[in-house]
Ligand binder design. Sequence first.
Ligand code: AMP
Length: 275
Amino acid sequence: MQVFETIGAFRAARVAYPTLGFVPTMGFLHEGHLGLVRRAKAENGAVAVSIFVNPTQFGPNEDYASYPRDPERDLALLKEAGADLVFLPTPDVLYPPGSATRIEVGGVADELEGQSRPGHFSGVATVVTKLFNIVQPQRAYFGQKDAQQCAVVRRFVADLDIPVEIVVCEIAREADGLARSSRNVRLTAENRQKASALFQALQEAEQLFSSGERDTDVLENAMRIVLTKTGLPDIDYATVVNAETFRREEPCSDNAVALLAVQAGAVRLIDNMPL
Ligand code: AMP
């Protein structure tokens, strides 16, 4: 496994790989990330991983400074998972003085996370575009955990004619259903216990949907009740939207996804379930 901090050194090593899968991450890796790495390796023969806590996708009052970081541990995990190339730039490598270009995505990027986190998807689209240009992979692997992010990436890849195939991988969960996330380590013991309620709420919506319920209000209320009862009343959104457009519809379409964003103390948790 080779590790690079500069664009030039990464590019020089990249030419040795005719086919390359790519997994962009913000580090503090867990089984969710490692599943993407193993799948990318299996499907492409070689895999590049980036570790970069991207400042432009964090709002001014968000957790950029306190986002967990442990590059040494990450590199040991990546070696074990079979990573070939690792790109670990510092912020000034990707955003040198004078850098002034941003990618703005409309449509799917306008809803939900786009409303709650202004500028977030512009930061994501900008850094992912830059990483695609640097890594030049055939395929890039993303987690369903960030469902709207996947839709946003598909949108700008199509709109900008970027020659990368986007592969979406299923959500890795803890035994109690909590979606694995680098931010989970920052949950208090009490909130960690409560946090499985997100998965329970999504399952509740899924059961109602499976039995034929298409009233969006009913599905959303059912999720809210589970969250509130479990002691997670600080709900940013608990909604069911069209899985293509991320727009709310009443009644909801057969191709729907239930999505949650909940504040648990200092940690904002998101999760979702295609219905
Ligand atoms: P992050 O480091 O949180 O930016 O995530 C990097 C990539 O890993 C993104 O494509 C995420 O959607 C994906 N990912 C994060 N958590 C999970 C999970 N629990 N299951 C599957 N993929 C995940």
